[in-house]
Design a protein around this ligand. Sequence first.
Ligand code: ADP
Ligand code: MG
Length: 545
Amino acid sequence: MSVDDNTPVLRGCIKLPLDRDELVEVTSKAKDYAIMHGAAMRSKTSFSPDSLNFAPFVLVPSSFPRKEFEKAIALQPIINRLMHNVAHDEEFITTTLAETIKVDEFTANLFNIYRKVLAHGFTQRISLGMLRSDLMLESRCPELSPLLDSSAGGGDDDDVDADVEEQEQRRANDAKAKTKAKGKSAKVGGRTSSAYCCWKQVEINTIASGFGHLGPASKTIQSFVLRELGHAEKLQRMPKNDALACLCIGMVRAWDIYAKPQAVILFIIEDVSYNICDQRFHEFYIRENYPHIKVLRRTLTEVHREGKLGQHKELLLGSTEVAVIYFRAGYEPAHYPSQGEWDARYLMETSLAIKCPSIQYHLAGTKKVQQALAQPSVLERFINDPEEMKAVGKIFTGLYSLDDNEAGNANYEMALRTPEKFVLKPQREGGGNNVYGVDIPDALKRMSRVERSAWILMDLIHPPLSQGYMVRPGGDMPPQIVDMVSELGIFGVVIGDAEHIFHNYQAGHMLRTKLSTANEGGVAAGLGALDSPYLIDSDDEDGYF
Ligand code: ADP
Ligand code: MG
């Protein structure tokens, strides 16, 4: 991570450090609280299907500017629609990925399925998108960014279903988003500098967008901790988070559309699910609130063994018909150890089941497509409203092609000259695949010109720091105060076909926080920690250090 002495620090939600005895006491309680409320994972080092460790978490919530949070929430339905339109633009997907699939076998395999499905016609024209747009505050952008003025949020915690409907209605009636300019400054070590001026999208996920449960669970742990520490009044600044319910309702809506009472929802899972709570809670939510809908879990290998198509191309596992397929696996090469798993993916794509994601949605979520979308003229193709286009255009940081052409080669030279400004990304998901800063030249030089087109280059984002205690299984007790940076993910649900969108709503959020020195912050990968936003306002007297 690019952090230096000038990196601004967001003011914490409570005064630190805590008294040592108080810290030990509250940390021990919070660890147990986390396990007992399902903020947990299976251990990778001593795996047992019979036990859980608590998931790493930040003890008290990290600050996040309210205006930026609300802007991200308000923008999500627009991003949902954008991704839906991209997924249904055959020409755009085909042209954008043309160079990449020549050298990236995994993307080529996915594309091959797409091509075959296109050739035969889509059996199921409706897709279920459960997206997550990941973003970071940018503390170094040279100008102050206009922000989207939002009226999103509010509502009653108890009635999530009604909330989703209300949100869809509000958006449908919504006037164009207004924009207004605003600035922000922070005092760092006596100097005044910008704490952030906008946020930038890190990536958009269209497959296996996790933390629908762990997002809200983080808020639960941190609310408990704040209450234990005598700061119950702070809870009002932690925004409500119905991610689990909103995502599950998305699956239920898709199931309703399929309209076969006996058909089930199928979760496609890895051979070993370490992040088990973040899958089972979805299943349990559906079973508890919609007990007439059955949920099955299968690996791709099992689908290959058990799956077949019925008379009307319905997906059958034995004699059980599948209405909706929710992929929590299938996004990386290791999930396809043999041709059998690819055959299973193809079988599902050609079936009548509604898929999350369908193959076109999966391809729309590739880094290469994200890079192509960030080019100014491209958004026009997918967004009609000029205000919306402007608002979405602003969330992209510089994204550059490395294709073997004049522009790509110029970008390659730029990366060699100033690598510290960039992140180099392949067409992979799940963390741990990117190359950062000074490591970029060596990585690029090892590739042929053609191989480079499987990668994209992205401006490094410089989020402000926050300081707090990160609690991990086997970590220091009591934990030390560390410098951290956060990444906010906003969930969105969109259901529709090429002509219509039937449902489109923002579906809650998650915050992941990592040590400021770490490049990546995947919680399942062991680098990040669960967190949730503590919203601070520009007119807070003590908003920032
Ligand atoms: P993946 O699909 O593997 O999750 P991401 O694009 O989300 O790939 O990158 C993984 C992580 O790397 C992010 O969660 C973030 O912490 C870090 N990262 C990615 N892009 C940037 C960027 N442009 N600036 C700073 N950090 C980044
Ligand atoms: Mg990511």
